[in-house]
Design a protein around this ligand. Structure first.
Ligand code: PNS
Length: 161
């Protein structure tokens, strides 16, 4: 069974991420969407909230699982007996840091491959950070995230006003 891990912060999941998850699910037997639980960062949504939104967004895709991890990605990939790390590339600006991470991960475990999937052009401008900024300032992000995520963003920011 070919298992891939698609890691990220997913704070929150966007249609750009879902596009990658959907397409990766057609290439692998099993795709694990792995949310980084990083205690040194302060995300808008805590790990449980991010997992909940991902579960809701991916429940129709049968071979996709949602999980969280802390520590080194490569250790998590090994633990899950996965062979591949899947990453999305939006633009050239993503490339440099992604290349560094891919090479470092290969140095740590040369049996794990990183593959890059080009984000669909309609989502190439999209990032969780921009979605949060626009939602926080009262802009509409309905076309950029699933309805459930939009609702969670509204709830979060209503509380702040
Ligand atoms: O969605 P993001 O924030 O771009 O995801 C970054 C992520 C989670 C993929 C990356 O920070 C990561 O793999 N972190 C785990 C710690 C680790 O393995 N660091 C060494 C990477 S070379």
């Amino acid at each position: 069974m070919k298992t891939a891990v698609y890691p990220g912060s997913f704070d929150p999941v966007t249609y750009g991420h879902i596009d990658i998850i959907d397409r990766a699910s057609r290439l692998f037997d099993r795709v694990i969407v792995a949310v980084l639980n990083n205690p040194s960062k302060t995300p808008l949504f805590n790990t449980d909230e991010r997992l909940d939104m991902l579960l809701t967004a991916t429940r129709e895709i049968k071979n996709v699982e949602v999980d969280c991890f802390s520590g080194l990605l490569i250790d998590y990939v090994e633990k899950k007996e996965a062979t591949t790390v899947v990453k999305g590339l939006r633009a050239v600006s993503d490339f440099e840091s992604e290349l560094q991470m891919a090479l470092m991960n290969r140095k740590l475990n040369r049996n794990v491959e990183t593959i890059f999937m080009m984000t669909s052009s309609r989502y190439s401008f999209l990032s969780s950070s921009l979605v949060k900024e626009v939602a926080k300032l009262g802009g509409c992000v309905k076309d950029l995230v699933p309805e459930y995520v939009n609702d969670q963003l509204m709830k979060k920011f209503e509380k702040q006003f």
